[in-house]
Design a protein around this ligand. Structure first.
Ligand SMILES: [Zn+2]
Length: 254
């Protein structure tokens, strides 16, 4: 059975479709079991194709593409104005206000961030690991929505989906020093140091970046557990790099 996590207050937004999928309910064999949706991780393409069919059936999206990117841990934002292709090229964020256009982000520990402004009917989907977070891709996505879609910050809502937590995400301290040099005190609540290494909570860091971009506590939500702690999600760290990718998606049905 395919399960996905939702945001209770987003169900009231007309024609919006969105969710954070778990890893169960697909056909892929180990180590991609079972609902791997990435063609780029070494899984059998026939299994991945079958998984995409299952997802579209489950969501009632037959014939409607879910657009994904070749994610590269950068800060390039791609705006979609027509739903023609399911492949949007290279980048780490997608934005649209076009009907029948569903945006997808694939992750296994990195943070999937979904943004919606119900008043201008603009949505965005962002992929952020430590590199994208250092570059401030989520904050840049907010600035992009303001500059190109006349979005007012007070109308935005952000949902940070299942991602590796501070409990499990240990990195070298020099990486955090780069983050701290760029983001200053905003970065400190996300870090707990133990010498040469420390634990980083990406969702806490991104939440503070969003506050810095003008969003309030009532506009930023955390959905789902730590991917490394929960067997219901793919985790790059827990599976020692060989694993699948889960989908987070958002778009307009009409
Ligand atoms: Zn954990």
């Amino acid at each position: 059975m395919i399960h996905f996590l939702r945001m209770p207050n987003w169900d009231l937004i007309p024609n919006l479709i969105y969710g954070f999928l778990e890893r169960n309910g697909g056909v892929s064999a180990r180590p991609f079991d079972t609902l791997n949706l990435s063609y780029r991780v070494g899984d059998d393409p026939a299994s991945v194709k079958s998984n995409w069919h299952r997802v579209k059936n489950r969501l009632g999206l037959d014939g409607l593409p879910i657009v994904t990117l070749k994610q590269v841990h950068g800060d390039h934002i791609v705006t979609l104005s027509n739903p023609a292709s399911k492949d949007a090229g290279e980048g780490d964020a997608l934005v649209t206000r076009t009907p029948h256009t569903i945006l997808g982000i694939l992750t296994a520990d990195c943070v999937p961030i979904l943004l919606v402004d119900p008043s201008t009917r603009v949505v965005a989907a962002v992929h952020a690991g430590w590199r994208g977070t250092l570059l401030g891709i989520t904050e840049k996505a907010v600035q992009h929505l303001k500059a190109h879609f006349a979005v007012h910050t007070e109308n935005l809502q952000a949902a940070l989906g299942p991602a590796i937590g501070g409990c499990c995400y240990e990195i070298e301290s020099h990486i955090f020093e780069r983050i701290q040099a760029r983001w200053g005190p905003d970065s400190e609540p996300a870090w707990s140091s133990h010498g040469e290494r420390g634990n980083l909570d990406l969702r806490t860091l991104i939440t503070h970046q969003l506050y810095g971009a003008g969003l309030k506590e009532t506009q930023v939500f955390r959905v789902g557990p730590c991917t490394s702690c929960s067997p219901d999600f793919f985790s790059y760290r827990r599976e020692r790099k060989e694993t699948g990718r889960q989908l987070s998606f958002i778009g307009w049905l009409s």
